[in-house]
Design a protein around this ligand. Sequence first.
Ligand SMILES: [Zn+2]
Ligand SMILES: [Zn+2]
Length: 235
Amino acid sequence: MRKKLQKFLNVIYPERCPVCHRILQDQDALACPECRGVFLPVGVHYCLKCGKPVNPDEEYCRECTGRKRYFDRGRGIFLYDGKLRRSVVRYKYYGCRRYGDYYAEEICRLGRAEILAWRPDVIIPVPLHKRKLRMRGFNQAAYLAYRIGEAFGIPVSGEILLKIRNTRSQKKLSAMERHKNLLDAFRVSADLTGLTVLVIDDVYTTGGTMDAAAACLKAGGAERVFFITLCTGRI
Ligand SMILES: [Zn+2]
Ligand SMILES: [Zn+2]
């Protein structure tokens, strides 16, 4: 019955490829066969702290050098280039939620070694403020987190880390104020003592959000905080 309904829905709203956005020939596939491999994985030279691409002779990126990070380590799967940017915009704002199934599949495939090595007790998505969640209709990071958790048999909770303040307008703030603003934006609603947490988000840029989330999780008792994001911006 469900399959029939899905087939019917596919006729009215055909599934599209997350890479080229064309209607998928095979409606059960997550991407066109020729489009797999178009998104560029981060190469072998990446920051040992945050996963940003670095030069072959560097261990840490400029942003992680000489700075305390609250997360232990993390990495992005793909480079945030024009193609992926357009895809993520459709995923987040234009109802192409099923793109998340392809993203999650790629995160599981390319991030498998890290996830197995880090052995997280729980997976936590970067939360949205409830007003933003209402506007967007779904949390793009949580969508990925639940699929990754399912694939690895790791519990996922979207209720532990909460965004209690909207931090949209950060532009006018100094770096210090921005940091403080972000730190106050999250709250942890459970005791995480001794746990290893894996945080999931869609995009990593300066690391401000991830660092603030990690600081909050550690204040809530987490022993180690790792992260994986779908993509990471160049420096
Ligand atoms: Zn395609
Ligand atoms: Zn770094």
